[in-house]
Design a protein around this ligand. Sequence first.
Ligand code: NAD
Length: 488
Amino acid sequence: MDALRGASVPPQRLFIDAKSQDAEGAPLDVFSPIDGRQLTTLAGATASDVDRAVASARAAFEDGRWRRQPPAARKKVLHKLADLIQENALELAVLGVRDNGTEIAMALKAEPGSAAGTFRYYAEALDKISGEIAPTAENVLGLVHREPVGVVGAIVPWNFPLMIGAWKLAPALAAGNSVVLKPAESASLSLLRLAELAVEAGLPPGVLNVVTGSGAVTGEALALHMDVDILVFTGSGATGRRLLQYSAQSNLKRCYLELGGKSPNVVFADAPDLDMAAKAAANAIFRNAGQVCVAGSRLLVQRDIHDDFVAAVARHTAALKVGDPLDLATGIGAVHSPDQLRAHLNFVTGAQEDGATVALGGNQILQDTGGWYMEPTLLTGVKPSARIAQHEVFGPVLAVTPFEDEADAVAKANDSVYGLAAGVWTSNLSRAHRMVREIRAGVVHVNTYGGADGTVPLGGVKQSGNGHDKSLHALDRYLDLKTAWISL
Ligand code: NAD
């Protein structure tokens, strides 16, 4: 780990046609959240660089060098890629952590660990994709083919780049598409390395290209491109809105958007184990410094147990050490950027103006490291209408609000423009099922928070987006339906 921590990272270039290539734009500086020092530079792809990447993906798609390979051959390549991710897991994880500040214990599991599993899952799925024979009249044969869509543009965020990148790449490639991937400018390193590993695994040149650069230049050029067939995106609602506009201004490409959340974690007095619920509530918001899309950022606690429960959450929070993301004992890593840290601190001030009390934390810490760190922050007395209850912070800030009964809990849980995730803690089975039905969210965890594997979809409702990553359902978006209507 120590050797990897200090390893120099060469200036990064674009990855087009299986070759490392220069960009026309000016390079971007990359800083590490761990110590604020410059880590490397990133190629800044212009619209014409993006053109080259899309042309490469299009050529690979049209000549069928990947989509026409027998399923067994494509399966072998994706399994080999999973093997290579596992073999290089520590290198990938440490590189990612130096880039984005996630604590290494979490990164090892969530990044290479999860990405390898995702490639294996879709490797196994790809030879089970079948068409249909329609129940037509005798004199015709109606066939429904399922075909790859073409060129996929994938734009991903800086939190968990490998995990989220794999959620897009694995089903897209399994279905036979070509991809142009645009990672976040502040977390591109592990995905550039992944693209090299994909070629080493046997993915033909041009099937996966990576363009790096800013959202405003590189991302916009990809989203506006006339030869990109679909756009799959994870990131903020503000960018999601822009992508829909770009689609309307260009070729009406389909857009699948995975956006933010303000997820309620609802604790009833009859929860089976209140101490376990309190520990989970702390982990649900503070791990990775709250930079998790499904973070349980609104804690709704039944009034009878409110004070004791908040005290237990504070106790468990104190056990999470904030600090060096590359230390395995660290429970809360760095905040991703100084801008974000400033925004978090402003949210805390705003919450106090709106009547909340800071029960724990609220400050920047560890300034001597040169990195960006914040105390886990617990705000009590948060009104449902307060800014801190309505806006996604995407940082280590938990807003606590009491509720009276089940109806009040449902109303408060649903009082949000978002609908990504939720948690419910109760030992009443009927109530648990009623809450799952009533809460408007893509996933409702019961007596746990945050866990899920690749077999189930992850996606939101309302302003949390319209896409679903993971599971067999995700494959559908990378496949078009084609009807053959044959007169007999
Ligand atoms: P962001 O929207 O700022 O950036 C995401 C990506 O979009 C980056 O690659 C960025 O360069 C690109 N981008 C920015 N502007 C663009 C433009 N004009 N045109 C094209 N591309 C552009 O989001 P972020 O700060 O990287 O990520 C945090 C957000 O992502 C949070 O809101 C979080 O909740 C959300 N998120 C959602 C999920 C989910 O599964 N729903 C998962 C992780 C993160």
